[in-house]
Design a protein around this ligand. Structure first.
Ligand SMILES: [Zn+2]
Ligand SMILES: [Zn+2]
Length: 163
């Protein structure tokens, strides 16, 4: 069951969202990622003149695989959320709508609701480093035997220190 926030809850006054959102790690771009703790969203859904907005922040601790040694390591995610939700245009193609001058991320809604898991997954994915490293000088895996070189040298590296 997904965590949905209906627009009508913000009809009278801004609706405060303050909750943990346990997303499915499979929706994160870094395969094999784990949630160290459930991501937390603190935001407000508000109705503007002709659209809705979500403003707030997301915080999460996730564990993602290092791009060199493949070990999981913790990454703190802390990201502001600024979303402009516009009604789906009836006919005009999306390209013709001048969104470029809008400061915030704009998207179209067709249902009168937002799904928190989708927002959280998207914002976590936007926050992930391109090439995650468990530490700046990670030595990675030996291309010969696959040993984790952070834990010492391996037999197929004669140039390393001899034990
Ligand atoms: Zn590493
Ligand atoms: Zn080796």
């Amino acid at each position: 069951m997904s965590m949905e926030i209906l627009f009508r809850w913000a009809e009278e006054e801004p609706y405060t969202i303050r909750t943990e959102v346990p997303v499915d790690p499979a929706t994160l771009l870094e395969g094999g990622s784990e949630l160290a703790e459930p991501p937390r969203v603190e935001a407000v859904l508000s109705r503007e003149r002709d659209h809705y907005e979500v403003n707030g922040c997301l915080s999460a601790w996730i564990r993602i695989p290092c791009s060199r040694c493949l070990e999981l390591f913790p990454v703190k995610i802390s990201r502001e959320i600024h979303m402009v939700l516009l009604p789906q245009p009836k006919s005009a193609p999306k390209e013709d709508i001048g969104l470029d001058d809008r400061d915030m991320n704009a998207s179209f809604y067709s249902n009168e609701r937002i799904v928190l898991e989708d927002i959280v997954s998207e914002h976590i994915n936007l926050s992930l480093p391109m090439r995650p490293l468990c530490r700046p000088d990670c030595r990675g895996l030996c291309s010969g035997c696959g040993a984790d070189l952070n834990r010492g040298t391996c037999m197929c590296r004669p140039s390393g220190p001899v034990n």
